[in-house]
Design a binder for this molecule. Structure first.
Ligand code: FAD
Length: 438
């Protein structure tokens, strides 16, 4: 069994993986190019954990939807074509996976991990006392009769999967959310009482603090440039950067911190949890994962004094925009944009977020101060993530969690740590490993 393990990436997925690896007795270094945990996609997400609602982006009807929005300036789903063979391959696979039978298979694979992950997250939160501002329940707001009618298939699926849910009329919604603006048309809402929301970066920070206290070393400002393997087996990594090191009795594993390129840092195993930007590290070993960044936008503002904000997380179904309360803050997040990987804030996206947030909760924040954050959902064409072993011995992945990485992180971290340790994971990994790429 490997003893010294490097985890590449300190997003929510890397932090959870590191925690469970340490729990299984490994010496763990987390190598992160940024100066702290959860500073990239894990920072600005909508914070929703809704296992019953987890669904692949490749769904029947989606191709038509994407085409119908093709020339719109702003829409819940945007396709901005760029010349890229990798993107073209991704889209071809995605189109194949939109067929109903494939959709059902992919959805059930994702839900297997999502329900397990919710249990793992609850156990971690309770055990470590992490305060991430959790709120119970999730509302799908329906502006008009058309939105209401379109909940039919979703409700049938929730029914089929035994996920508790209730259709509320407008009065019942307003009783749950007294600050909802009275002037906005509201036909009702779908209420999912067992789903929840919480701050992903707050949880990641709490977990990293606990992991550090348990002996995990976090090496920040450290960019991994290459994973070194000899004879088909991992030897370590080459990394560079100033590399501040924090951890119990910590020194940088390759020697003391310094501003120079690093020599080989030796590890018995490496887990790549670095999302989209870490894909070239795997490609260098012939491991080409079909993951593309599907961009999304959010804005986060301080909550005004008083009771003018939401009590629960919710999504405005007409705009596919989520509104989430966090301690002292309100976040509005949305848009799925396929095309250029460049993370550039977009004025039109921000306008939509501000419109939806301001429509429903006009007094909750100074909407005129909103700033645009952009993040990249690391998306596989079929939906489920890619977990576990690779053809290189000692090299593992925890990648491709798309639009549900916060909901999946605890469970995925646990099962990947089990695979590294040679233990049987608590869930069946059928359809969640690299085997499905063959
Ligand atoms: C607008 C939006 C809303 C979303 N809403 C939700 C939601 O409500 N619920 C949900 O479950 N999910 C949601 N998601 C998805 C979720 O945020 C992601 O799936 C999740 O954050 C992915 O986590 P990660 O740790 O894999 O990636 P990241 O958070 O991106 O972390 C990867 C880390 O790896 C580091 N890294 C990369 N390469 C290297 C290298 N070579 N060397 C060192 N470090 C490296 C990066 O610096 C980064 O810190 C949303 C996403 C977006 C964009």
């Amino acid at each position: 069994m490997p003893r010294r393990v490097a985890v590449i990436g300190a997003g929510i997925v890397g932090c959870c993986t590191a925690w469970y690896l340490r729990e299984r007795g490994f010496e763990v270094d987390v190598l992160e190019r940024r100066d702290g945990v959860a500073l990239e996609t894990s920072w600005g997400n909508a914070g929703v954990i809704a296992p019953g609602y987890v669904t692949p982006w490749a769904a029947p009807g989606m191709p038509r939807k994407v085409v119908s929005y093709l020339f719109a300036a702003e829409a819940p789903v945007l396709f901005r074509p760029v010349a890229s063979p990798a993107l073209a391959r991704w889209i071809l696979r995605w189109l194949r996976e939109c067929e109903l039978g494939r959709y059902r298979v992919n959805k059930s694979r994702m839900q297997r991990l999502a329900f397990h992950s919710r249990d793992a997250l609850h156990a971690l939160r309770a055990r470590l006392g992490i305060d991430d501002g959790r709120r119970q329940g999730y509302l799908q707001l329906l502006r008009g009769e058309r939105d209401l009618a379109m909940t039919g298939p979703a409700r049938a699926l929730l029914e089929e999967n035994g996920v508790p849910h209730r259709l509320l009329d407008a009065d019942a919604v307003r009783a749950l959310e007294p600050a909802l603006a009275p002037g906005v048309p509201l036909a009702g809402a779908l209420w999912l009482p067992e789903d929840e929301s919480a701050s992903c970066p707050d949880f990641a920070q709490g977990l990293a603090d606990a992991a550090r206290a348990a002996g995990v070393r976090f090496v920040f400002g450290c960019t991994v440039r290459h994973i070194v393997a000899e004879g088909g087996e991992v030897r370590g990594v080459l990394a560079e950067g100033p590399g501040s090191v924090s951890g119990r009795g910590a020194t940088a594993p390759g020697g003391p911190a310094g501003p120079t390129d690093r020599p080989l840092r030796s590890y018995d195993a490496v887990v790549v949890a670095g999302a989209v930007d870490a894909l070239p590290l795997l490609a260098a070993h012939g491991i080409r994962l079909p993951i593309w960044p599907v961009k999304g936008y959010s804005t986060t503002l301080p909550l005004a004094e008083g009771d003018a904000g939401p009590r629960h997380a919710m999504i405005d179904e007409a705009y596919k925009v989520a509104i989430t309360p966090f301690p002292g803050r309100i976040r509005v997040a949305g848009t799925a944009e396929l095309g250029s990987p460049a993370l550039v804030p977009r004025a039109a996206a921000l306008r939509t977020l501000v419109k939806v947030g301001g429509d429903w909760f006009p007094d909750a924040a100074r909407w005129q101060d909103a700033q645009c954050w952009v993040g990249a959902r690391p998306m596989t064409p079929d939906g489920p993530a890619l977990l576990g072993a690779t053809p290189v011995r000692g090299l593992f992945v925890n990648m491709g969690h798309g639009s549900t990485g916060w909901a999946m992180a605890a469970g995925a971290g646990q099962v990947v740590a089990d695979v590294v340790a040679g233990r049987a994971p608590e869930i069946d990994l059928e359809g969640l490993t690299l085997d499905r790429l063959r």
